[in-house]
Design a protein. Structure first.
Length: 396
């Protein structure tokens, strides 16, 4: 039979084992609590607004920066629905089935699962305690705590950035309008100078040549004088030819006299005189009956494209197609030259390409310049709306 001491030892042995177990577990538990406290202190002192929520989008914790951002306190935010402070967008205010406090992200588990562990750069709308709205940028992450998902949202007020973007957008729009106005003014000046050269100076030179011809016919001249008059006539012919070329470069007469179709045919003819290549111009005259602004812009775009091909492409085949598609005019310019590299499209010195883009944008159209998979060179695709509203805006 066991003695009293043995019985007492048996009775206290389980208690000793429990104490020993507690002594073994206490340091890790204490270290864990210390780590959690340090982490919480870091979050609370962070300058970024940080909010922790559960899978039901109920706020578990909000740091001081988040409370300041939403004009609240960490204690007042705790236990509130996230939708009270963050909206997916302004439509959640008035949309069907949407009420204050509704979750702004729907099924947040599904959203995180679809986007990976993080879903960054959301565009959000924040709502302060007084109801004032402001733009937010946020990121979302998830961790597991005791078998439950805890989501951490970091948000930033981007009101200043949005205002800067709006100012930049307005400045960009104004620059576009200025560029379009300058293009219009330049074309009007070109047209005026070309008309003056052709109608005034051209007529004077033609008249002078006629008078010189009459003088040669009605006077007795010596051989030296005849040679001088012949030389003068040659100089006049050269001057008239140069004048016509200069006037045509300023403003092609075919554009005013025959319209866009015939001016493009003339452009093709002149190009082939300088470059022996295969050149297809695919267009229907009826598709190119346009107003002066669009006719001039399209002519200049094609002219600039041909200039670039002549200077850089070393092409043997060129195709230019212009066709109406519904209420738009589709323009395609292709060559089989050396092509254009991606970095060359954005070079500061690529003023020709920039001018083409500005002309297209001035007509509310779209343009894409890149490699041509069919011919192996460069391809330019342009779409210009042809309805009345798409006409270039009048310049003040």
């Amino acid at each position: 039979m066991p003695d009293r001491g043995s019985s007492t030892l048996l009775r206290i042995l389980p208690l000793g084992m429990a104490a020993t177990l507690l002594l073994c577990l206490f340091p890790p538990l204490k270290a864990r609590r210390q780590r959690q406290a340090r982490g919480q202190a870091i979050i609370d002192s962070a300058s970024e607004a940080i909010i922790s929520i559960d899978s039901g989008q109920i706020i578990l914790h909000a740091n001081a920066a988040a409370a300041r951002l939403f004009d609240g306190t960490p204690a007042s935010m705790r236990g509130m629905c996230l939708g009270q402070y963050i909206l997916r967008d302004l439509r959640t205010l008035d949309g069907p089935g949407k009420h204050d406090g509704d979750p702004p992200f729907g099924d947040i588990n599904q959203k995180v699962r679809l986007t990976g562990r993080r879903a960054t750069d959301y565009t959000l709308t924040g709502r302060r305690s007084d109801g004032a709205m402001f733009p937010l940028e946020g990121s979302l992450s998830r961790i597991q705590e005791d078998g439950h998902s805890v989501f951490t949202i970091i948000v930033r007020d981007i009101s200043a950035r949005q205002q800067m973007h709006e100012q930049l957008a307005r400045s960009f729009s104004q620059l576009r309008e200025l560029s379009s106005a300058l293009q219009t003014i330049r074309e009007e000046e070109r047209k005026h100078i070309a008309r003056e050269l052709h109608d005034d100076l051209g007529q004077l030179l033609a008249t002078l040549r006629g008078d010189l011809t009459l003088a040669r016919q009605h006077m007795d001249t010596t051989l030296p004088l005849q040679a001088l008059l012949h030389s003068m006539d040659g100089l006049l012919v050269t001057a008239i030819t140069s004048l016509r070329r200069i006037a045509s470069n300023l403003r092609p007469r075919a554009l005013d006299e025959g319209g866009l179709y015939f001016s493009l045919q003339k452009l093709r003819h002149d190009f082939l005189l300088r470059r022996p290549v295969h050149f297809d111009l695919l267009a229907d005259e009826t598709d190119l009956v346009l107003d002066d602004a669009r006719s001039t812009a399209i002519y200049r775009i094609v002219q600039e494209a041909l200039t670039n091909i002549a200077r850089h492409a070393e092409a043997n085949n060129i195709t230019i197609a212009l066709h109406r598609i519904d209420s738009s005019l589709a323009i395609t310019i292709q060559d089989d030259g050396r092509g254009i590299a991606e970095h060359e499209l954005e070079k500061a010195a690529a003023l020709g390409l920039l001018g083409m883009r500005e002309r297209v944008w001035g007509l509310k159209g779209s343009i894409h310049i890149g490699a041509d998979n069919e011919l192996g060179g460069t391809r330019i695709d342009i779409s210009l709306p042809m309805h009345a509203e798409a006409a270039a805006a009048p310049m003040s």
